[in-house]
Design a protein around this ligand. Structure first.
Ligand code: HEC
Ligand code: HEC
Ligand code: HEC
Ligand code: HEC
Length: 206
């Protein structure tokens, strides 16, 4: 009986924790910044008049920067995957945070959280990080749903269409490792805790 009570208490604590594992109060909650108009979703999404070409009911201005890719070549955003393009609209530092809904803003991301346009010092994404579809001695195999079963949990490799050859590929995206809405409430808004490098070991056999 006591034991059941104990389990119940843990469940309640977990539920209370889950309620906070959200975008509210996270680094992506800009509602306390005057420029957001007090809204959370609006700097990124809009229910109407969205940029449908960008997908995701996107409301934020996109970057037209040229990137130095991991392998050193200069490429446009078509060498990133579709969702990383959305991140870079704030994180490459060339477009103001408050450039959304058709207005041009003036507040830029702090340098510490800026990825920049030189991606040689960042984990490869997009065209530079296509996950092998055939068995490899270097990477854990993906299952039929393109999930990689790692030591911590199962990581989903999200789909990406390479516009250069129109072939579906499975590439690492910013959102492969990060959850933009902070679900899970892990350090650096990661999908999983990276304790003991479990995010890295999900893919890499090391
Ligand atoms: C900082 C930008 C940002 C903010 C703020 C934001 N989102 Fe998103 N959202 C994204 C990006 C980028 C994607 C696509 C990538 C992904 O899903 O990881 C996305 C995808 C989505 C999706 C489709 C995928 C899914 O998770 O179901 C929904 C629905 C969504 N957002 C709803 C919301 C709502 C509702 C809010 C406000 C409470 C919000 N978002 C706030 C950036 C944002
Ligand atoms: C509307 C602009 C905007 C978009 C779009 C956006 N971010 Fe951010 N992001 C920010 C800002 C601003 C910060 C830094 C907030 C601060 O200084 O506390 C941030 C912080 C972060 C952090 C650091 C979290 C931490 O704990 O310090 C990560 C990781 C991140 N973003 C990932 C992403 C990813 C991945 C995407 C796309 C899926 C994305 N962001 C899209 C504006 C954006
Ligand atoms: C392979 C996984 C992976 C990918 C892909 C990835 N990140 Fe990260 N990112 C991490 C990890 C892990 C950390 C935490 C690093 C730490 O705490 O030292 C991090 C930290 C960050 C931070 C916080 C930096 C700081 O010092 O506060 C930002 C911002 C960020 N990432 C944005 C991005 C953006 C934007 C992309 C896509 C261009 C991206 N990340 C792609 C794994 C990744
Ligand atoms: C979703 C799967 C995935 C995750 C998670 C992941 N990686 Fe990678 N990583 C890749 C792919 C794909 C490449 C590029 C292709 C290759 O190296 O063959 C790569 C490349 C690298 C490289 C560059 C190798 C070179 O060419 O110099 C390093 C180092 C690396 N990853 C470390 C990490 C670390 C550290 C983490 C955890 C923060 C991590 N990776 C998480 C898939 C992943």
């Amino acid at each position: 009986m006591k034991r059941q009570l104990f389990v119940g208490t843990i469940a309640m604590v977990c539920l209370a924790g889950a309620a906070q594992a959200q975008i509210t109060g996270s680094p992506h909650d800009f509602s306390s910044n005057a420029w957001s108009g007090g809204e959370i979703c609006k700097p990124c999404h809009t229910p109407h008049f969205a940029n449908f070409a960008a997908g995701r009911l996107w409301n934020h201005a996109l970057s037209d920067a040229t990137y130095t890719m991991f392998e050193g070549d200069l490429e446009g955003s078509d060498h990133l995957d579709q969702d990383s393009v959305l991140c870079m609209g704030c994180h490459d530092g060339t477009v103001a945070l408050d450039s959304f809904g058709g207005t041009t803003g003036q507040n830029f991301i702090n340098s510490g959280k800026m990825v920049g346009t030189d991606l040689r010092d960042d984990h490869p994404i997009g065209a530079d990080a296509v996950y092998p579809t055939s068995p490899s001695t270097r990477f854990n195999p993906q299952d039929a749903n393109h999930r990689v079963p790692g030591p911590w949990g199962s990581l989903s490799l999200r789909s990406w269409i390479d516009p250069s050859d129109n072939t579906e590929k499975w590439a690492v995206s910013c959102r492969t490792c990060h959850n933009v809405h902070n679900a899970g409430n892990h350090n650096a808004m990661l999908y999983f805790s990276n304790q003991a490098s479990h995010v890295c070991l999900t893919c890499h056999i090391k």
